[in-house]
Design a protein around this ligand. Structure first.
Ligand SMILES: [Zn+2]
Length: 179
């Protein structure tokens, strides 16, 4: 993936993330570090709804907000809640390759036919939802989107450290996006 860094040992973790819950996430997930007993949340994770994304983290370690494409738009209240009530100071925004929210138009027919077959919707109802709502869900290039979304959230929450990452579905590893 372009503009991403493999994290296969602790020396690959950039210095600004060392000793933070962001480094811990990479250690648990990529290095298979033994899962600690955790009593209070340390990290906020924003990621996609995709079933292939399975993170290896200890129980109680993180708040997780999942939305298509890791698009956090309309989830700001939940993010603010985790920051305010969970005393969260670090966030990992995790996109992934082969994301279904990229190039939605390619799946328009499948979307409509699937809703008709599985949900009992009319073709018109399904088509209307696709036409009205797909533009806001479309993320375009996955890496570029995560970077853009990180910058937007960083501006909104200036004291929170936000790390943009990608999850590669072929190897189930987390990669840092350089910016
Ligand atoms: Zn996705």
């Amino acid at each position: 993936m372009p503009n991403t860094t493999s994290i296969i040992s602790s020396k690959d973790i950039p210095s600004q993330y060392r000793q933070t819950p962001i480094a811990k996430l990479l250690e648990y997930h990529n290095f298979e570090k033994p899962l600690d007993e955790i009593n209070k949340p340390e990290l906020l994770i924003g990621t996609c709804i995709d079933n292939r994304i399975q993170l290896r983290i200890p129980g109680k370690f993180a708040f997780v907000v999942r939305a298509g494409g890791a698009n956090m738009k309309y989830n700001e209240f939940k993010i603010s809640y985790a920051i305010a009530l969970g005393n969260i100071q670090h966030m990992a925004l995790i996109g992934h390759n082969q994301c279904g929210m990229s190039n939605l138009i390619q799946r328009k027919d499948q979307f409509i036919q699937g809703l008709v077959k599985n949900a009992g919707w009319s073709i018109q109802q399904a088509e209307k939802q696709f036409n009205n709502e797909s533009p806001e869900s479309e993320i375009g290039n996955e890496v570029a989107f995560i970077l853009k979304e990180t910058k937007r959230l960083q501006k909104l929450y200036p004291k929170i450290m936000i790390a943009p990452m990608m999850y590669l579905v072929e190897d189930n590893m987390l990669y840092l996006i350089s910016y």
